[in-house]
Design a protein around this ligand. Sequence first.
Ligand code: ZN
Length: 111
Amino acid sequence: MNFGVAHTPDSLTALLLEKCKANENDCWVWQGAKDAAGYGFVFFRGKKYRIHRIAAWLYKRVPLRHSTIRVRHRNDLCDRACCNPDHLVKTTLELQARLANKLANEIRWAQ
Ligand SMILES: [Zn+2]
């Protein structure tokens, strides 16, 4: 597999632009390595990061590593390997847990 490796923010940006391909939903779909869940990833300064987290850091100044801040795709139409900064939403662990609970309740109610 073709792993993306970068050591500076500039080389990361170049890699992102080179390896992403826009689809019909305007997703920038990462064409490099993906994990089992379908998320694109890259190695930056020796550590593995999901590519949408890298895009949020480069374009939206979301901290790359944080104990509670998370980055998610804005909706279900978005490809998991998408790194279009406009398709990314900053969230927190707590909000994600609440959203998961709400969805679980909706599913229970629907059954
Ligand atoms: Zn997208």
